[in-house]
Write a protein that binds this ligand. Structure first.
Ligand code: DQA
Length: 149
C-alpha cells in the first residue's frame, strides 16, 4: 500500500440517498464507501471510512489520523459552516486534506458559502455529486506520492 487515507463524513450523511435526493442524489453512503474502496485498491491506498452526527467523534478521528494517516478526505456536512473545532483539529494534522461537498454549496443558500475547513484544505471539491469522493482520493494519492519523494 502507498498510504492510508481517512474518509470522514459529518452529520446527516448517514441518510444519503434518502435525504433530499434532488440535491444529494440517490446513492447511499454505503454505495459511496464501496466505490471508494474499489478505487482505493486501484490506487493502492488503505481506507478508514467513517460517518458521525457528533462533532467530537469527527475530531477524535482527525486526532487518530495524526497517528497513522497520510491524508484526509472530509465532507464535514453542516459542520463545514460552523465548526472552528474541526478546523483546529485539521490544523493539528500534517498531511494533505481535501474537503468534499456533494452539492455545489456556492449555488445554494448564502450560509453555505462560508467554510471554516477551506482555510486548511489543500483542495475543495463541490458540486460533483458523490463522484467528488473519488476525485478526492485520486488527488490525495498524488499528493501522498509527491510528499514521499
Ligand atoms: C454538504 C453541503 C452542506 O452545506 C450540507 O450541510 C451537507 C452536505 C454537501 O455534501 O453538499 O450536509 O456538505
Amino acid at each position: 500500500m502507498t498510504g492510508l487515507v481517512y474518509v470522514l463524513n459529518g452529520p446527516n450523511l448517514n441518510l444519503l440517498g434518502r435525504r433530499q435526493p434532488h440535491i444529494y442524489g440517490h446513492e447511499t453512503l454505503a454505495d459511496v464507501e464501496r466505490d471508494c474502496r474499489t478505487l482505493a485498491a486501484e490506487l493502492r491506498l488503505d481506507l478508514r471510512f467513517h460517518q458521525s452526527n457528533r462533532e467530537y467523534e469527527i475530531i477524535d478521528w482527525i486526532h487518530a489520523a495524526r497517528e497513522d494517516a497520510d491524508g484526509i478526505a472530509i465532507n464535514p456536512a453542516a459542520f463545514t459552516h460552523t465548526s472552528v473545532a474541526i478546523l483546529d483539529a485539521l490544523h493539528a494534522f500534517e498531511g494533505p486534506v481535501i474537503e468534499i461537498h456533494i452539492s455545489n454549496v456556492h449555488k445554494r443558500e448564502a450560509f453555505r458559502h462560508h467554510s471554516f475547513v477551506s482555510s486548511r484544505a489543500d483542495g475543495v471539491i463541490a458540486g460533483f455529486g458523490t463522484q467528488g469522493y473519488l476525485l478526492a482520493l485520486r488527488r490525495l494519492a498524488r499528493l501522498i506520492e509527491e510528499g514521499s519523494k
